[in-house]
Write a protein that binds this ligand. Structure first.
Ligand code: DP6
Length: 324
């Protein structure tokens, strides 16, 4: 066969309990378990076409031809799938995001989830969601969680087999909303992969990791009980802990800008007035404000009026990847 093709879409996710630092960089085994919400309104759509005429893999993102190191990372991921599927051909990979890349909205999560599903489908490889999540993790740690919808836990595991994502509650369990305050669309200077390497240099990392199982337990309870205030306390603590590691690593990492702080303070102020909203910040300046649907309009108006806000993206809880 000269060529075979498949197209898949996947959503990014926002971690309420985050991982930062790997116990094994090559296998991307995270230092601690993490727990996220899949974000249904944001999507990466990827087409993979294996083509016998190609000499090397070709990767376009948002219609722009990519070079190394991004193409090499995609190619290394395809090699894992080609090996499993006994597929020899190189591939065209065309990926399109519905949201700005490189600004803390985890395009690597939806990107590697969609790539994994499309590349397996095009190679005729049928895997269950656990195996797909292990495979997606090898491309980007957080992509393992995008393999499932709803509320998802990534088990850190001590080897490849034990490190996979599991759904804790489905898309209908708790219809939370995420309002993402975008204040910078440019590509971040230090990506997550570099940040994971420097995490152990922070003297605070051991304390963050050793308390992670407790934070996961409290977060799981809050989700089961739909207890917003419990969720807010544990998610904000977890986000602040991760940024404390970043600030105290060598070299230090500071992803925030002035608008990041305005948004965090606005969320704290709204919650003191009784609104159900919490903040969490990934490896970028943009702030994810998770809120109840009934408070969404009020929270949106406050966030849109903060200085430096370029956009506020809105999403609900999303489902798993789909072959299109
Ligand atoms: C801050 O999954 O982006 O979003 O494996 O290098 O692609 P790579 O890392 P990545 O790291 C995620 C870091 C985080 C926290 C989280 O999502 O748990």
């Amino acid at each position: 066969m000269k060529s075979s093709t498949a197209k898949a879409s996947a959503h990014p996710n926002i971690a309420l309990i985050k991982y930062w630092g790997n116990s094994d960089d090559a296998l991307r085994l995270p230092a601690n378990d993490s727990l996220s919400i899949t974000l249904g309104a944001l999507t990466t759509t990827t087409t993979v076409t294996y083509d016998a005429a190609l000499k090397s893999d070709q990767f376009t993102l948002n219609h722009v031809v990519q070079t190394d190191p991004d193409t090499a990372r995609v190619s290394a991921h395809l090699d894992l799938i080609r090996h499993l599927a006994h597929e020899q051909r190189r591939a065209h990979v065309e990926s399109v995001n519905s949201f700005p890349a490189g600004a803390g909205i985890a395009s690597s999560a939806s990107g590697f989830a969609a790539l994994t599903v499309a590349a397996c489908a095009a190679a005729g490889l049928t895997l269950d969601s656990t195996a797909l999540s292990r495979l997606a993790r090898r491309g980007s740690g957080s992509a393992a969680r995008s393999m499932l919808g709803g509320f998802v836990q990534l088990h850190a595991g001590s080897d490849d087999a034990l490190c996979f994502a599991e759904q804790l509650a489905d898309i209908h369990h708790w219809p939370l909303r995420d309002l993402i305050v975008v204040s910078d669309r440019s590509h971040k200077l230090t990506g997550s992969t570099g940040g994971h390497h420097s995490a152990p240099s922070s003297p605070l990392q051991a304390a963050r990791v050793s308390d992670a199982a407790r934070r996961i337990r409290v977060c799981r309870e809050a989700i089961q009980e739909r207890d917003f205030h419990k969720l807010a306390a544990i998610a904000e603590l977890d986000s602040n802990l991760m940024h404390a590691i970043m600030f105290t690593s060598t070299p230090p990492l500071l992803y925030w800008n002035a608008t990041t702080i305005h948004a965090m303070q606005a969320v704290t102020d709204l919650r003191s007035k009784g609104y159900e909203v919490l903040y969490t910040v990934d490896a970028g300046p943009n702030v994810h404000c998770i809120c109840s649907p009934s408070d969404e309009e009020t929270v949106l108006k406050v966030l849109q009026n903060l200085p430096g806000v370029k956009d506020v993206l809105q999403s609900g809880v999303g489902g798993p990847p789909r072959v299109l």
